[in-house]
Design a protein around this ligand. Structure first.
Ligand SMILES: NC(=O)c1ccc[n+]([C@@H]2O[C@H](COP(=O)([O-])OP(=O)(O)OC[C@H]3O[C@@H](n4cnc5c(N)ncnc54)[C@H](O)[C@@H]3O)[C@@H](O)[C@H]2O)c1
Length: 261
């Protein structure tokens, strides 16, 4: 079995389900020990058990990525439990389906604190730890197709994902001197709890059946099928492994052919 991450450890936020869970299992299969950080501790523990079943060490802890102290404490806990870490995946994020006229300060604050704040605080916690320990670590952030093109009713979500690309580029340049790389993944339409929720809201708004909005969105994918969490995890594994050592500051699309830019 090929295990390019043997001897490495990864901290992954929002790893209790969806894309984060798939990344946790893929990196574990590639040889890494995994810290699973999530708001939902039951889900985090379940994923930890799945990681252990693959023969790797796992640490599950609750963390709210929008809260700097909570995230820094969880990253420090993971570092102690796993004896250091080499990969930080700032994956946790939320969607928001709101026309711009309907956005209120509380909506704006919540999504920016989670989607931008979570990446900023996670990047900070990982970079401080890597620099302190002299680790040429890898920081990997969740952006989106919405981080490359604004979409109606996803305006603020798009803005947060554009911001993730900005942070990724800035961090890549700040940390290059330490041998730390910073990149992002930009998925398209992935079948996870996030899209179930988007689909439910769109069904209510537009008076269409459950599943119709997801099928409609997925209908425009050149490769002819919706994306799976494992599709994203394969690319995250590349970004986490030695094959991407010469890449930094990038946010490639992994969308099955939705945007051609
Ligand atoms: N699903 C898609 O189509 C899609 C497309 C592009 C980008 N993304 C991005 O990928 C990432 C993962 O998306 P997903 O589809 O797996 O979502 P998901 O909703 O299925 O899972 C998100 C996980 O993050 C956790 N989480 C939410 N807020 C948190 C917080 N404040 N602190 C800690 N954990 C928190 C949730 O508990 C959940 O386990 C997100 O950043 C999302 O924006 C998803």
């Amino acid at each position: 079995m090929r295990t390019p991450l043997e001897g490495k450890a990864a901290v992954i936020t929002g790893a209790g389900q969806g894309i984060g869970r798939a990344i946790a299992l893929r990196l574990a299969a590639d040889g890494a020990d995994i810290a699973i950080l999530d708001l939902n501790i039951e889900n985090a523990k379940r994923v930890a058990a799945e990681v252990e079943a693959l023969g790797r060490r796992a640490y599950a802890t609750v963390s709210d990525v929008s809260d700097r102290d909570s995230l820094h404490a969880a990253v420090e806990g993971a570092e102690k439990e796993l004896g250091g870490f080499d990969i930080m995946i700032n994956n946790a994020g939320i969607a928001q389906v709101l026309p711009l006229l309907e956005v209120r300060p509380s909506d704006f604050e919540r999504i920016t604190q989670i989607n931008i704040g979570g990446v900023l605080w996670g990047t900070q916690a990982a970079a401080a730890s890597f620099i302190n320990r002299g680790v040429k670590g890898k920081i990997i952030n969740a952006s989106s197709i919405a981080g490359h093109t604004g979409q109606p009713v996803f305006g603020v979500y798009s803005a947060t994902k554009f911001a993730v690309r900005g942070l990724t580029q800035a961090a890549a340049q700040e940390y290059a001197r330490y041998g730390i790389t910073v990149n992002a993944y930009c998925p398209g339409t992935v079948g996870t709890g996030m899209w179930e929720e988007i689909d439910r809201i769109l069904a209510e708004r537009d008076g269409v059946p459950i599943g119709a909005s997801f099928r409609n969105q997925a209908g425009g994918i050149a490769l002819g099928r919706p994306e799976t969490p494992e599709d994203v995890a394969g690319f995250a594994a590349y970004l986490a492994g030695p094959d991407s050592d010469y890449m930094t500051g990038q946010a490639p699309l992994i969308d099955g052919g939705m945007l051609f830019i």
